[in-house]
Every structure is written in C-alpha cells, then in structure tokens.
Unconditional design. Sequence first.
Length: 577
Amino acid sequence: MESTSTWQAFLRLFRVAQPPKGLFIGAVLISLLQAMASLAIPLILQRVVDNWSEAALDARLVAIFVTAFLIQVVSSAISIYWLHIVGQRVVANLRTTLWEHLVALPIPFYDGVKSGDLVSRLNNDTTTLQQLLSEQSVRLLTSFVSVIGAVGILFTLDWQMTLVILFSVPTTLLIVIPLGRKLRKIAKATQHELGDLSGFFAELLGEIRLVKSQATESVEVAEGKRRIERLFGLGVREGRIQAILIPLLNVTLTAMLIAILGFGAYRVSTGALSTGSLLAFMLYLFQIITPLITMTEFITRLQKARGATERISELLAIEPEPYTDEPSTIRQSSLSFEGLTFRYGDQPVIDDVSLTVPFGATTAIVGRSGAGKTTLFALVEQFYLPSSGHIHYGDRDISTYGRNEWRQVIGYVAQDSPVLSGTVRQNILYGLTRTATEDEIRHACDMANAWSFIEAMPDGLDTEIGERGVRLSGGQRQRLAIARALLRDPQILLLDEATSSLDSESERVVQEALDRLMTGRTTLVIAHRLSTVQHADQIVVLEDGGISGLGTHQELLRDNVLYERLVKQQLLGGNQL
C-alpha cells in the first residue's frame, strides 16, 4: 500500500513538474535504441569470433558490428544530453511551482514553520527528485529492456548457463530490498534534520546582531555543532548500510561471474558451446549486471526521494490564498466591524468587537500591550480570518473581494517597518502597480521627511541598503515605509505606530504629511503618542480584546478609567501612551 501511494505521489509530482514531453519521449526512444544496439553487439561479435576462428572473416559482419557500436555511442551521448535538459527543466518547474505555492500560502501557515525548512524543500528536496524523475526513470526503463532482452537471447544461446544466472538474481534482491528500506528511513530523517539545520542557520545569521549584543556566540556555536553532529550521525548510519550493501552486491556479482565463467569454460571444452558463444554470453552477463546495478541505484534513490516526495506533497496539499494581479476596482466607503471575534486556539484575542470607522475619518486605537490592536489590523488585511463576525467595507464583506484586490486599497505602515534588500528606490516602489515619475517619488520622500537622508547617500535613490535594510537606522526604515504608503495613495490607511521611530522634528513633518494623506480616506491608527490620539475623530479603547471605551479625547478622559490612566502615564512618563 505504501509503495502504491509513493508511486502515485511520484506521478503527481511528475505531472506538476511538466517535463518537456517531446524531449522526454525522444530521450526514451533514443535510450531504447541504445539498449537495442547494445543487445545486438554481442551477437554480432559472436559471429565475428566464430568466423575468425574458421579463417573466414566476414567484412559485412565487421561493418555491422562497427555500425551498431557507433549507434550505441552516439545514442548514449544524445540520451545523456537530452535527459540532462529534462532534469534541469523538471527541477526548475518544481521549484517554480513550490515558490508560487509558498508565496500564496496564508499567514497562519508561516506562524508554525521555519523559513530555513522551506528553503530546504525548495532547494534540497527538489534536487533529490530531479534525477529520479528524469534520468533514473528512463534508465530504469532501458534497464528492464536490456535485462529482458539479454535473458531472452541467453536462453537461445545456452539455457543451462542462463538458469545459473537467474538463480543468483533473487539472492541479490534479498540483500537489496531490506537494506533499501532502512535507507529510506534514514534519508527521510536526514531531509528533516537538514531542513531544521537550514532554519537554524538562517535564523541565527539573520539575527547576528542579537547574538553579538548578548555575547552568546559560544552558546550558538555549541548548538550548531550539536545539530551538525546529529546530521553527521545520520550520514554515518547511511554509510554503514551502504558499506554492507555495496560489498555484498559486489561479492554476489563476482561469485556469479566466476561460476558462469567456469561453467562456460567447461561447456566449451566439451564442445557444447563455441568460443564466440561464450564471449557473447559473458558480454550479455555484463549487460545484465550493469542494469541490475542501475536498478539497485534506482531503489536507493527511490528510498531517499520518498522523504522529499512526502515533504513536497504535504506542502502542495496546503490550501493557498486565492490571489490575482488584476487592478482593484473597489470604491471608497466606510469600514465596519460586526461582532468580530478572533481566537488563537481557545484564547480570544479579539472578542465581539462592533465598530464603524467612518469614511474619511481617523480612528485611533489605544490600549495596553497585548490588547489586540495589531491583531485587529491583521484581520483588516485578511492575514487571518475571523473566528466569527464580519468586516464590511460599505455593504460588502471584505472576504468577498480577492485578497490582492482588497490589499491594493490599503496602505500599511507597520511598527517594525520591514524593508527588503535592494535599493532605496526599489523599496519605495515595492508593490506599486503603476509607474511613478521621479517627481512623484521625490515628493513622497519629501512628505515622509526622507529625502534629506536619501540625498546624502552615495547613490541617492539607487543606493543599496543591504539585507533587511541593515545600512539604515530604524527611523530611516520607518520613513521609507511611510514614503511607500504615500506613493501608493490608498483608500484605507493602517498606521501601526507609524511615527514611533522618529524624533520630534521628523514626527512633526511626517505627521503633517499624514494629515494631508488622511483627508478623504478611511484611517485606522494604532498610536502611543498623545499628539496623534487627541486629534482623532474617534478613539477606541481596547481592553482584553474588547472595546471598553469609544469617543473623543475629552469624552474618554471624562468617562473611561483606562484611557484616563493611559493619558496620565504618558504625561508622567514621556511621549508614550
């Protein structure tokens, strides 16, 4: 049952990989031609040797022999080249399909996996499958043809010697199959461990500043060595099995060769077999041994590839988010929450929230850390789906819009201001579906108070900022994110502490730009600064996932104890609510 499901999984991935059919079929046919030519050569050589011994060498037979040999060599070269192209196309298509699928997977999926493990599936697992789905599958077919053809011809040459060969085949299989099963288990564990190790390396190298600042180099080196040694142990176990498998296989094949050679020499001495027939017999024996080695190699690779197949199949089975690149046609409207509830497991993070965010108005959301403010934004972005309740934009539930179409109308400036490696320009234009002019880019940077530091960079807008913007300060990354939002010209603004990393002067300039941008747009602001909160059209106080207060600054100071406490804490403690 397991074998059947594995083959089904392989076939599904083969269809997903979409190999070039014409080239693949051509490679199969050429490989079969090579197998046929290989089968013909010993028969021709038998005739040549027997005729030579009779001092009557047939020139026509020599010509046929040379022709068959050339066909074998040329077809082998063509087959190898075509199969290499097919293999490269298979792995490229698999990686493309996996990459498209990964990008389309919902945010909750990424909450439970490590990025290094996914990178391992993209690189290592697809490479593991490459040769099996292309080269090895064709070689297995030609090996079957070679073995069946050779055995058939051997029966016509000498059925008694052929039986000696066939007797040794089950012995070989009894060695290969159980050891192959053990190899599969080890290979699956190795793939899993390799994914974990990749994730560990990616995470630690990505946060190397944290490691350095906490002086934990020795701790992380020790952890890395422990993981590497665990992978080493699996490799040793795999080598142990191969150390048993390969010598046993060699001994079996050598014993078979000696037995057949001795038995053949005896039959030649009795006149039951000609010298040419014995030579042909030995050549056919090698034509059986080589495909058997190929089959053994295929079985080994098959066991190794099972783990990769399962991991890729599991990934492709996860339902992706539907998305489209079509431009958004959503019209401006008000945003409303109706009985909105969201849970992580059994724990409610947002609990029965009902709220209307009027069109063109600014709504500030305040509350203690962990009250659910950022989760509310994530629900608006449809990063997560509500456990119950609805979010409407106008008279439509936002879930009825395509995810990309909906997100195109949102400008999101997150608290941590993520940026990508590349240039300043690429980061500002990231996600923009239209072409922006230089003046528009310059204006957006001015409005975000970013142009002064961009202009001072070596290459201005075309300056490389490093992986995750490592060459920028936190405030600079924040201002690039604000410039990106300004250039996007969204209907809905989600500002998650958008000015939190700016100094007072920069905050004033950026806040002025945001005030202009907010005009005519529906805006939600998570704010810790009193200056932002007190000028909002309405303020929502979140407490334990629910709304404990709603009104203007003055109304909440009068009626809401938590809001009054938060304001006093800011006034006493500085600039943060």
